[in-house]
Structure formats: C-alpha cells, structure tokens
Design a binder for this molecule. Structure first.
Ligand code: PLP
Length: 453
C-alpha cells in the first residue's frame, strides 16, 4: 500500500465518485476502506468502523463470508461466463431463477436477470409497455411513480425515480412518466392522522389515473418502504389502497424491492410486510448481499406468458452472469441455513427499535421511522414542532454523518435524516455499540449546531 495521503491524492486526481462533489475529495480526501469482517470495516489508517449502512443497504450477510468467495472461485474455474440470450442458458441461472420463484409470493414465478437494480427497472419499464402493446393496447404506456423516489441511475430508472436534482441533470424524466406525492407522514402529514394521510396519498394515484385516462396507464411503481427517499414508512392504509386502485383500473403494480427485499423489513420481501402482491418485483443488492453485481425482475405468470410469447428485444451481456448467480444462490442458501429472516424479525429488529426509541429522545431527533432493519432519524432544531432546519438541504445531516465517522460509525444522511440499514446479522450487543457511537455523534452535532440555527 501507498500511504493514505498518496492514495487520496491519486483518487482525487483520477477517480470520479458517484454522488460526490470532487471539491470535497480534494480538500479532505476520501476514506479508504481496505478490508471488512462481519459488520466492521477497516480503513487505511487501521480504524474499525461499524457499518450501520451495510455498504449501500446491501451487505445483508455481513462482510468476509468465505463460503461466498469459494463459490465464486469454483464457478469462475468451471464456467466464468456464458450468456442467456437466444436459446442458451446455464445451471447457475436456472437454479437461481427456480430458487427465486420458490421464495417470491403469489404467482411471481419467472425471473428476467440484470446486472443491477437500475438495469432491472429499465427492464420493467420496457416490459410493462411491451406487455400492453402485445395485448393490443400500445397507448397504455404511461407509468406513475412517486416524488423523491430512487429507482436507479440509468436514463430509464432515473426517470422512474422522482429526484429533482437527478432530473435536472440530463433532461429527465423521459416522456410518459409521472410522479405523485410520497406517503411521508412525518414530513408532510400535518394535522391528519397517519391513516387518513396514507389514504389521501394513495388516492393521488387514482386522481392521476383519471387525469391521464386509465387506458393510457401501464403501471405504478413504488418501493414498499422508500429507502433513499429517507426511509419513508407508509401508513398502514397506503399500500392496500394502492393495490385496490391498480386492480380497479387494470394497472400493473411494480414493487421495487431492491432495498426492501431479502429480509430488510423482517420478511423475504417488503411487499409481504406491506400486505401486497405485485405483478413484478425489482431485485438487486441483498440478492447477493452485494458480493456480486446482480439484479433482476421477478414476474407473475400472466405478464411472463405475454412477454415470452413475443421476442422481447431486451437483455444484458451479464443477464444471469454465472458467477454472480452462483454467489447469489450461496447467499440465499446461507440466509436459509442461518434463519436470517427469523433473526431479523425476532431478535435484531426489536433490539434496533428499542435503541432507536432511546436515540429518539435526543434533543436533536424529531422522530423515529423504522421497519425491520431499515430506519431513519430525522434531525430537527425544535423537537416539539419537528421543524426543519433553516439550512434545509442537509447541513445538519452532513455534520452528523461526519461526527459518526469521527466516532467510527457509518450512518448515511438523506438531507437532515440519518439513515440506518445495518447488515441483517447484527446482534443486540452490536446494536448497543451502534447506539453508543450514534449518541456521541448526535451530541457533537447538537453542540455544533446549537448556536447556529
Ligand atoms: N431501486 C432502489 C429502490 C434502490 O435503492 C436502488 C439503489 O440504491 C436502485 C433501484 C438501483 O440499483 P443499482 O444501484 O443496483 O442500479
């Protein structure tokens, strides 16, 4: 290794980071992670950092699982690559598709593989439009999504997403994509009860469908729990009403399970936690615990039948990549062998909820949003009113994230919300360590901000 400062200088000179101001990198230098084990990262200075974000919400099994490396090496030696185009396939893709069909709810029995969540959502966009065109309704092509949603960074998936800063760069969204309000009761519920607010937000979908004409709308897409949008837990009334409206107007329902899938909310899929059965689920991240880049769409019988009957002119060189598929299979095998879902539901999620409720008493924290092992703590200058900071735009969140790092803790910030999404294997003892470090970071942030707002 070169010394940290030299590596940082090379990084700033040559490496373009996603979602980063390179000015920051030049001034401060990037943190260089050199290895990881369990829930801990080690950086180039030897610090042991508790990763309460599981990387980017994905390292569900934790770091350093040697079984995964062994499976990858074996598959690389046996068949490192072959494609799944035309009439070819291979055993890892077949086995993974079958496993996913068994795990997925309802009649979601078919898998179209991709290399990432973005690619999978691009697949969904084209698949739902193709589905309706094949059924003789090509004009049924509009897709409704939600403001502040994140569905990926490709042109199609970023258009499905509802993040204004992303739309502003590159002239998005592409035509035919519409965004309604998100069910964020904490931020936008006002005087309404969560249940009333959930229904009102769901009914925005019906209003949008009626405005466009149901014969023009192909699908609605949403995350069961919006992740990068700030961990937005919808009120209990929201998703059943969305499903009812989709059924009433003959509109396909796509659940983006890229974060929520594979145990994050205490069930295999967030759709199960929210009590809905979508026609298509987007998967990635936890599918391989982030050990290999793989994603896909799990598709119901009816849609798959129509798509399989035509030539769907869509696919990726790495659709169902054998090494990635083998790693994903091993990930799912370990998850089942170690009863990870039960661990989340019965052990880790209750311990995290308890710890967060305690953190929620901190003067800087306005509330607690939590579902399973995904959570956010919105920061506020006035606890009683849950007011926003005058410097809305993430200064408080950014400051807190930096104090987390100083205390060897990774928490991400979305604006002024602190995000928590640890590896699913986290133990109650480790959650205590998380809470101690988070408290120190909140105290330091409070001291920094007290006189400024
Ligand atoms: N969908 C959701 C809900 C996500 O959170 C993400 C990534 O964070 C994506 C899609 C895009 O996945 P990827 O980064 O693998 O392309």
């Amino acid at each position: 290794h070169l010394p940290t400062a030299d590596l940082q200088a090379l990084d700033a000179a040559h490496h373009m980071h996603p979602f980063t101001t390179n000015d920051d990198l030049g001034k401060k230098g990037a943190r260089i992670i050199t290895r990881a084990k369990g829930i801990y990262l080690t950086d180039s200075e030897g610090n042991e950092i508790l990763d309460a974000m599981a990387g980017l919400w994905c390292v569900n099994l934790g770091y350093g699982r040697e079984e995964m490396g062994k499976v990858a090496a074996r598959q690389m030696n046996e068949l490192p690559y072959y494609n799944t185009f035309f009439q070819t396939t291979h055993v890892p893709a077949i086995a993974l598709a079958k496993e996913l069909a068994d795990l997925a709810p309802g009649d979601l029995n078919h898998v179209f593989f991709a290399g990432s969540g973005s690619e999978a959502n691009d697949t969904n966009l084209r698949m739902v439009r193709t589905y309706w065109a094949q059924k003789g309704k090509p004009e049924k092509s509009h897709i409704i999504s939600r403001k502040n949603a994140y569905h990926g960074s490709s042109v199609g998936s970023a258009s499905l997403g509802g993040m204004t800063p992303m739309h502003e760069q590159g002239g998005l969204p592409i035509p035919g994509i519409h965004h309604i309000g998100q069910p964020d009761w904490y931020a936008e519920g006002g005087d309404q009860s969560p249940e009333e607010f959930g229904l009102a937000r769901a009914r925005e979908l019906e209003e949008k469908i009626l405005e466009l004409g149901a014969d023009k709308v192909a699908a609605f897409i949403g995350e069961p729990v919006q992740g990068a949008g700030g961990v937005v837990i919808p009120p209990s009334t929201y998703w059943p009403e969305i499903q009812r409206i989709c059924e009433k107007h003959d509109i396909l329902l796509i659940a983006d399970e890229v974060i929520c899938g594979f145990g994050r909310t205490g069930n295999w899929f967030g759709s199960q936690t929210m009590g809905i059965t979508p026609h298509i689920m987007t998967i990635a991240k936890g599918l391989s615990s982030g050990y290999a880049p793989i994603g896909g769409s799990i598709v119901c019988d009816e849609v798959a039948e129509v798509i399989n009957a035509c030539e769907f002119n869509h696919g990726y060189t790495y659709s169902g990549h054998p090494v990635c598929a083998a790693v994903a299979l091993e990930n799912l095998r370990i998850m089942q062998e170690e009863n990870i879902i039960d661990h989340v539901r019965d052990v880790a999620a209750p311990a995290l909820k308890e710890a967060l409720e305690k953190l929620g008493e901190h003067p800087l924290v306005g509330g607690v949003n939590v579902s399973g092992l995904m959570a956010s703590l919105p920061l506020t200058p006035h606890k009683e009113s849950r007011a926003k900071f005058a410097t809305d735009g993430g200064v408080a969140g950014y400051t807190c994230r930096e104090h987390c790092f100083a205390n060897n803790l990774v928490m991400r910030h979305v604006g002024d919300r602190m995000i928590i999404s640890p590896p699913l294997i986290i133990t109650p003892e480790e959650i205590k360590i998380f809470a101690e470090r988070a408290t120190k970071a909140l105290d330091a942030t409070y001291a920094d901000l007290k006189d400024k707002d």
